[in-house]
Design a binder for this molecule. Sequence first.
Ligand SMILES: [Zn+2]
Length: 229
Amino acid sequence: MPKKAVVVLSGGLDSTTCMGIAQAAGFETYPLTFHYGQRHSREVEQAKKIAAFYNVPNHRIVDLDFLKQIGGSALTDERIDVPVGKKNGEESEDIPPTYVPARNLIFLSLAAAYAETIGAEVIYIGVSAVDYSGYPDCRPEFIRSMNETVGLATKAGVTGAGIRIEAPLAHLSKKETIEWGLKLGVPYELSTSCYQGGSEACGECDSCRLRLKGFEEAGAKDPIFYKKG
Ligand SMILES: [Zn+2]
């Protein structure tokens, strides 16, 4: 029996790298994509292509319309602007308006329920505390705490081998993440990161800027911005 892993796959750069890492580690992967009314819902379409690239038939797309209804984030409420043109953390220590309330808490809770049901031993999530945008639910202390919580809250945790949450990018910069992914042949041309969600990446929002900087530092060209040919 192959070992199973649930991969939280948003279709962004980090989660796509996690998909490559889980595949390379020999897991049978079960990607889980959440549609929560995000501006960049194009990510969902890209996530489907990434799952197809890895030839995994078990891609699940979960509709979380409630997160759109409650809003509270520039990513789910059109009335809140996505900041552009300033570097992360440069001008303030504040949590940016692109923070989505308790997003990873919700995602990991659902991922744990799914992992338990299918008998997966690991959940991969592409959070990073380096080069990150100040999101509290991307910090290693949150992942540690969530690992403990999943152990306490699940039958797998109480009576079985448990479910482990792996955040392999937690301490990596975007440059290091991209270098690792390129070695693994991760299809970055299929990933998307832009918060604006247009058919072309804007190159100006925090997410685009971090991505561009990462590729530049890794000495590679981002296939999203530099089309082949
Ligand atoms: Zn952008």
